[in-house]
Design a protein around this ligand. Structure first.
Ligand code: PMV
Length: 308
């Protein structure tokens, strides 16, 4: 049996603008993860068992564009595996689906690692990352690549599309509380809506992206300098810019406000928006209070995650 895992992730700054070449920051969220087990099987075919998405089926019954089928077919093609071996694949995940925590990319990456290793093909992180990006493209059209990058390398990234991986230093530990609106929100829809706005009024959208890019750059400086208050202000500023991009929602705004009132130094939506998760910066001693207030105000779940 071969095993592999991948953590979830959260975008701290710069979502959407990152698709248009501006910088963004993301960190792994080690509290949630995907585990994949691959076993040689005595049954004919490739059997996939993924209880989190109620999937118990053989590969031939999955539509070719299904993310798991697309990963398997493309990987076997890439690794020149023919005929397909008989396998049992078990995918278990604690990452909520369509909520901005990177469940899709984490499944692709853990599955790719487990299969490559089971079939004794060495794949370096950069190969895994490039492959996962191609799978993201099938499902999201124009992904920036931030999700697959932060999940493949499992460390904080300062990401600019098409540029080499850059990580960043952390001047002092920061604590974040992530709150889930419980509203599933497919990223490709909000990304598509932003694209339509950009096509209608490129100058206005480019100027918004520039402002978001400046916030991301400043946020990196604030993290490296260990400046809590400044980082909180930048989160608030980024949220206002995302509201202008029309990707927030009443549920996100409600939780962002709740976190600020409960003592967070700043809060914003995270990821594609319209639903999914928000993130708040808190002093560590306030994490429990902010988390409790978020739950009382409707968050389906919260995760406290540090960077250090
Ligand atoms: O919804 P998430 O967490 O997968 O993040 C999407 C981030 C976007 O910037 C909106 C899109 C992208 O590909 O970077």
């Amino acid at each position: 049996m071969t095993k592999a895992s991948a953590f979830g992730k959260i975008i701290l700054f710069g979502e959407h603008a990152v698709v248009y070449g501006r910088p963004a920051l993301a960190i792994p969220v080690t509290q949630v993860y995907v585990d994949v087990d691959v076993l040689d099987s005595k049954r004919e075919g490739i059997w996939v068992d993924a209880p989190a998405i109620h999937l118990h089926t053989d590969l031939n019954s999955l539509p070719a564009e299904h993310p798991i089928a697309a990963t398997l077919h493309n990987l076997f093609f890439l690794l020149r595996v023919s005929p397909f071996p008989n396998l049992d694949i078990r995918i278990s995940s604690t990452i909520p689906v369509a909520s901005g925590l990177g469940s899709g990319a984490a499944v692709t990456i853990a599955l790719t690692r487990a299969l490559a290793s089971h079939l004794r093909h060495a794949m370096k992180d950069e190969d895994i990352n490039a492959f996962a990006y191609e799978i993201e493209r099938i499902h999201h059209g124009t992904p920036s690549g931030i999700d697959n990058t932060v999940i493949t390398y499992a460390r904080p990234v300062y990401f600019v599309k098409g540029k080499a991986l850059e990580t960043f230093k952390v001047g002092q530990p920061f604590t974040f509380v992530i709150g889930d609106t419980g509203v599933p929100a497919p990223t490709n829809e909000s990304v598509g809506d932003v694209r339509r706005l950009w096509l209608e009024d490129p100058a206005r959208l480019e100027s918004l992206f520039d402002k978001i890019g400046d916030v991301s750059f400043s946020a990196r400086c604030a993290i490296e300098a260990g400046m809590y208050e400044w980082l909180g202000e930048l989160m608030n500023k980024n949220h206002a810019l995302l509201q202008e991009l029309t990707v927030s929602s009443p549920e996100l705004d409600h939780l962002v406000e709740a976190a600020r009132s409960a003592g967070a130094l700043g809060a914003k939506l995270s990821g594609g928006g319209r639903g999914g998760n928000m993130i708040a910066l808190v002093k560590s001693e306030m994490a429990e209070t902010v988390s409790l207030v978020l739950k009382t105000m409707g968050a389906k779940n919260t995760i406290t995650t540090p960077i250090f």
